[in-house]
Design a protein around this ligand. Structure first.
Ligand code: PGA
Length: 250
């Protein structure tokens, strides 16, 4: 089995102004010596300054439009993210699927546009509480993934899937490691059947209430290749222990 370098990406959501750039710098400096990869997906307004505040560190966006340009008020294209210095973007976060009504077809188009433009992509999928309780989580998440996956992934290391159970986001609740392992192994089989050998390089991240206190347990779960971290990515003092936990054994 191929060894994948773990990826720990922060998702700042709608948090962060120039006051918080010191956190970006602190995280970037510590990340230089980590044995896992790190990145921070900050608000679009902060990307350019975050890039300047963290030379050599990877800054990303949180969403991207599927079109190259045009009449899409308030939206941001892949070329614009790249122009600001971003190297990656999240697509299909559940908060956008829910609040902005994004469909899996749109998420797929966004992922394809971002990859084609040269951005790395973290594509999110996850089930609601009701679906988990009804015992349909694997079925639901794998069908969400098949409807969201880009038609082709030519470089697997540039594409990641984040499994984020909606009920675990920002709630302090985390699935059992058995449930995480079951989901990640189903997603890995699905990626292998979609992309063949290149899928070996695709990382599957876990996201939802990852904290310094639970990171080691999550990273030791089979098929977990990293994390997408919301609340605990805002402060270097929370994010860095998670990055450290991801470096262990790697
Ligand atoms: P959380 O968010 O770590 O605050 O639960 C994760 C996410 O939404 O990506």
């Amino acid at each position: 089995m191929m060894k994948r370098v773990r990826l720990v990406a922060g998702n700042w959501k709608m948090n962060g102004t120039s006051r918080e750039l010191a956190e970006v710098t602190a995280i970037s400096i510590a990340a230089e010596t980590a044995r896992a990869e790190a990145a921070l997906c900050v608000p679009a307004t902060l990307i350019e300054r975050a890039v300047r505040a963290s030379p050599g560190f990877r800054i990303g966006g949180q969403d991207v439009h599927s079109a190259a340009s045009g009449a899409h008020t308030g939206c941001i294209s892949a070329a614009m993210l790249l122009d600001a210095g971003a190297e990656l973007t999240i697509v299909g976060h559940s908060e956008r699927r829910e609040a902005q009504g994004e469909t899996s077809a749109e998420v797929k188009a966004k992922a394809e546009a971002a990859l084609a433009a040269g951005l790395d992509v973290i594509l999110c999928v996850g089930e609601s509480d009701e679906v988990r309780v009804a015992g349909r989580a694997v079925e639901e998440v794998t069908s969400q993934l098949s409807a969201s996956l880009p038609a082709a992934v030519s470089e697997g290391r540039r594409f990641s899937v984040a499994y984020e159970p909606i009920w675990a986001i920002g709630t302090g609740k985390v699935p059992s490691t058995a449930d995480i392992a079951e989901m990640h192994s189903a997603l890995r089989r699905q990626l292998a059947s979609a992309y063949g050998e290149e899928a070996e390089k695709i990382r599957i991240l876990y996201g939802g209430s990852v904290k310094p206190s639970n990171a080691s347990e999550i990273f030791s779960t089979p098929d977990v290749d990293g994390a997408l971290v919301g609340g605990a990515s805002l402060k270097a003092s929370d994010f860095l222990p998670i990055l450290e936990a991801a470096s262990d054994g790697h």
